[in-house]
Write a protein that binds this ligand. Sequence first.
Ligand code: ARG
Length: 465
Amino acid sequence: MKLWAGRFQKETNTLVNDFNASIGFDARLYQQDITGSIAHATMLGEQGIISQEDAAEIINGLKAILADIEAGEVEFSLDNEDIHMNIETILTQRIGDAGKRLHTGRSRNDQVAVDFRLFVKEEIPVIIGQILDLEKVLIRKAEENLTTVMPGYTHLQRAQPTTFAHYMMAYANMLRRDVTRFEDCLERMDECPLGAGALATSTYPVDRERTAQLLGFKKPTDNSLDSVSDRDYAIEFLSACSLLMMHLSRFSEEVILWCSWEFKFVDLDDAYSTGSSIMPQKKNPDVAELVRGKTGRVYGDLVSLLTVMKGLPLAYNKDMQEDKEPVFDAIDTVEMCVPVFAAMLDTLTVRPKNMSKAAAGGFINATDCADYLTKRGMPFREAYMIVGRLVNMCIKSGETLETLTLRDFRAISELFDSDIYEALELKRCVHERKVLGGPSAEDVTRQIGAIKDFVAQHTPEQTEG
Ligand code: ARG
């Protein structure tokens, strides 16, 4: 019999029964549901809304159910619709009347809101920890490659020289923003909706400060209608996940390019690449491709929930039951992608020779050549034109700027002198860029230091259990 059977004269249609049920996926909230119920029962007892004896019986009953679920000894039923009613029904079967008192002053609307918040709150530090581990890999790769010159690209055309370390720190900065986004989300969602009831609280002296405190929230939410209608935190969480995945997808794309024969800037470790079923020579970057592909899936999760919530009137609507699967899916996807990506990156081999060969081939020191003239008094635009003509000359004759003779240089401008060759050396071009944020070993060392400090300061405290 349904918990709500009193008002009904017919059994639920079996199609509706299956359609309505969420136990198939929200069983995943069992722990949070029991934690929320224990806090609620504790408060009910303390406030004298139920007797202390009933409260104690409920709490012991719930703890026993938790242990049994974890031991795999509890079977949930579709007839009890969701995790909330399943657990309440089992409790009542086990302890009788006391179990029937648990739901006093509470609704499934605030119950699910608190369960889901607790769940997301617990996953955020896990994801942050994974991102910080990836940061550590980036730091290591950067430290090993402070002087590994490579071409930087715009429009995927060789543009200016940089280093692999500078590149790694670019991603480290993106990931640092991701961490702070997850932290912001956690900070904003750290309010407890329990006690909001169906939408208008209750007439019992429910102590919301107490349940918020028992559940480890900073404070209770401020408006009960909003409390049971709000899924902003889940959307914010999904958008932080989407941005993180967007970053990983860009990084993946670069890894895919870099390990192609056309680039060969890096080699993936055999353990982190895959073969082809037909082409014996193939070594494929499947991990990077899958991370890139799964990004679309996480965007889908975000758009699903945004769309579910669009135009919903206050307060709870059954539509909102659709909030869980996208969030679970994003969590599973992100928590799988970040560590495997980090491990792939950690084990890849950098090919500095190929990088510097590519850097030498694309006139990426042309800006430096123009800057050379500018530093000798020529206006930049004029210098830019002159170097453009030199590049054009080189292309026609199959040369590079470095292979031109001093006479070639001086034929185009008297300002060139023998020290031009030094000015064109790629290592020098990189390391002269000492401006804050630039690729010089000096500044990249500073950038690495900043990320190291960030990692140390933001490592989530280890929670027990
Ligand atoms: N299973 C529901 C959900 O996940 C719980 C809340 C149900 N509340 C209600 N009034 N039907 O959203």
